[in-house]
Design a protein around this ligand. Structure first.
Ligand SMILES: Nc1ncnc2c1ncn2[C@@H]1O[C@H](COP(=O)(O)OP(=O)(O)OP(=O)(O)O)[C@@H](O)[C@H]1O
Ligand SMILES: [Mg+2]
Length: 328
């Protein structure tokens, strides 16, 4: 299911609880797709990144090559590749606030500049600032990724966080719309005041620029929402362990994604205890089957992969290739 889905989509989100195997499966899928000739970008949005550890090379806020090129045309720079980037929320929020500060200082009258700084210093620690900044980065990663890559795989942070992030475009779209409406009113007033009182051109230019900034932002979030809710281009895959709580949380997450209009493409049950490997694992396997019964009852309509518990940690390209083989 996962490899099939990856082959047919442009954007894949992998979500699920901490430690279930999102990063490993995102990377294994990316590698398999790159070997099939596609240009793949893996984006980690989890503040506790481990893409670098998994690929055994430094990964950071700028896109780096993780594997490839593979296949025909590799010599000419064509062919499949895996690129990776880890979005750093703190750095992203700081860069975002610095840009906002520059714009605001340019657009606000001199005597309000201390006020602007004070507000931005408060915003830096406010809840939501990091998430909003990360969302902007996700939006631009989708835009850039769809331009430069065939497939963008998001290795997301543990569940709750992801669903909240995916709901943000709507919330922030509404917020931006509200601001734009208020600006429209004040622009009309401003125009009237200019006719009556002969105010300068500078204010009119400033109003125009603020409107442009807000409209760009709204367009970016609208585009993200369009991509994320388009089942032809995008799928969300939930990774889980066959245990009681993870199963219940998966059912809950799928309901939330459904309500947000985000198409859930399937489930990957990772680290399934193998059959025929001794008494201990056999009784674990029976337990797991019981919990998977609950999963089937609630989400039996979704395609599902099972990946066995492997003897070793998944580190390096060879281990990723072995992991991908279990998905095939
Ligand atoms: N099928 C498997 N068999 C054995 N070990 C596995 C399997 N899948 C993943 N692992 C191991 O489990 C650990 C967690 O995997 P991974 O880092 O991919 O999970 P994650 O969901 O990204 O975690 P986090 O939420 O902390 O980012 C790693 O040490 C990885 O090597
Ligand atoms: Mg991870």
């Amino acid at each position: 299911m996962l490899l099939d889905l990856a082959a047919r989509r442009r954007v894949l989100f992998l979500g699920g609880k901490g430690g279930v195997g999102k990063t490993s499966l995102a990377s294994a899928t990316a590698l398999a797709q790159a070997r099939a000739g596609r240009r793949v970008l893996v984006v980690s949005t989890d503040p506790a990144h481990n893409l670098g550890h998994l690929w055994q090379r430094p990964v950071g806020d700028d896109v780096v090559r993780l594997a490839g090129p593979f296949g025909p045309g590799a010599e000419q720079g064509a062919g499949g590749v895996v690129d990776g980037v880890e979005i750093d929320p703190a750095r992203t929020a700081d860069a975002h606030l610095a840009a906002v500060r520059r714009t605001l200082h340019r657009l606000t009258p001199e005597h309000l500049s201390r006020e602007v700084d004070r507000h931005l210093d408060l915003a830096r620690g406010a809840p939501g600032t990091h998430e909003a900044a990360v969302l902007e980065r996700i939006a631009s990663a989708v835009e850039d990724g769809l331009r430069d890559h065939d497939l963008v795989v998001f290795d997301t942070a543990p569940s709750g966080h992801t669903a909240r992030l995916l709901a943000l475009p709507d919330t922030m779209g509404a917020w931006t719309d509200g601001l734009l409406r208020r600006r429209e009113r004040s622009e009309r007033l401003g125009a009237a005041a200019r006719v009556l009182g002969g105010q300068g051109e500078a204010e009119a230019r400033r109003d125009g620029e603020i409107r442009r900034v807000l409209e760009e932002r709204r367009a970016r979030f609208a585009h993200l929402r369009d991509v994320v809710t388009d089942s032809d281009r995008t799928a969300f895959v939930v990774v889980l362990a066959a245990e009681r709580l993870p199963v219940l949380e998966t059912v809950e997450l799928c309901a939330r994604l459904d309500a947000l209009g985000v198409p859930v493409g399937g489930l990957v049950v990772n680290r399934r205890s193998p059959a025929g490997a001794g008494e201990l694992l056999a009784s674990r396997r029976a337990q797991e089957s019981h919990h998977l019964g609950t999963l089937t009852a609630a989400l039996g309509h979704l395609p599902r992969d099972e990946v066995p518990l492997l003897a070793d940690d998944v580190v390096g390209p060879e281990a990723l290739t072995r992991l991908a083989a279990h998905l095939a």
